[in-house]
Design a protein around this ligand. Sequence first.
Ligand code: NAP
Length: 334
Amino acid sequence: MALTSRAVLLARRPEGMPVLADFAVGDLTVPDPGPDEVVVENHFLSVDPGQRGLMNGGDSYVATYQVGEPVTGRAVGQVVASRDPRFPEGSHVFHRVGWREHSLVPTSAVRAIDVARAPESSYLGVMGHPGLTSWLGVARVADVRPGDVVLVTSAAGAVGAAAGQLALARGASRVIGSVGSAEKAAYVTERLGFTDAFVYKERSLADYVAAQVPDGLDVVFDNVGGVQLDEALAAMRPHGRLALCGSISTYNGEPYTLKNTGLLLSQRLRAEGFLVFDHEDEWDPFHAEMAEHLTEGRVTVEETLHRGLDAVPQAFLSLFDGTSTGKALVDVRP
Ligand code: NAP
């Protein structure tokens, strides 16, 4: 029988920095599953910076959100009704029809998760897309090697925290985190093992590198774009590699034109953007390596947990005001 559940809707398109009034919570009728569909009772919902662009409408590489409609996002939970024997009731699954308490999902868009191997919520964080993203950036794009001096921006975030630790695991001699507060600097150095950290709001990346890393950087794993990416370009050693992962400093409409792109040629740099969506066939090798790092304690990532569906908009805003550390999640377990 169809059930009545609740969802977070896009009330209007945010202008600049999103605010709570851009969202609303409403009832949602979730029909019984049809053939090859399941109904999932969601346990954890993900809030991700990349969702901000989908709130603008217009063109994107994935479907944008519609005003008045439920927002979608990554989620993990348990199947409560199934018309596909591969995902029986009780199965733990990942899907992308989140920001609601229950989701009707075609099983072509569902992935089983192994909660005996790692905690359920970690499949939205270090064992999920943020972890895969960090692994792709470190191992494939930047190809971090023993002895490299690596800088990670938004280093206390979900992707950055994992990226820095993976760089250390690959033998980087120095992993430096750029973060927004002294607490986050202490978190990445004392808890995660980064070699150094600096607070970009107090000291520019250019100033920090000139004083503390006079020989320059081999690798930059960039999550924020804008000024920090520009200054990173000027701080690279010849033949340095930049993994262009994200640009959160520009997601709320703050335009920034890079000035130092000429150095790509003169310093023979390699800067490569990458999208995790292109690598859905890499879950098995990624999970095998990441599960080992977690077991051995080489990677550990904090979660900032919000409680209840009504907290989803605030959790999303926390990505932009710096109040989240590690992976921001919403626990919607009944
Ligand atoms: P995250 O880093 O946890 O994002 C939240 C943090 O970003 C905030 O706590 C804040 O940390 C920082 N931040 C917010 N506004 C900023 C600004 N204007 N300037 C500098 N830092 C700012 O998010 P995540 O999920 O781990 O993702 C990191 C980046 O990777 C994002 O840009 C995301 O879009 C991107 N991403 C890319 C892919 C891909 O396929 N390429 C996949 C997933 C994510 P501070 O307090 O330190 O400022």
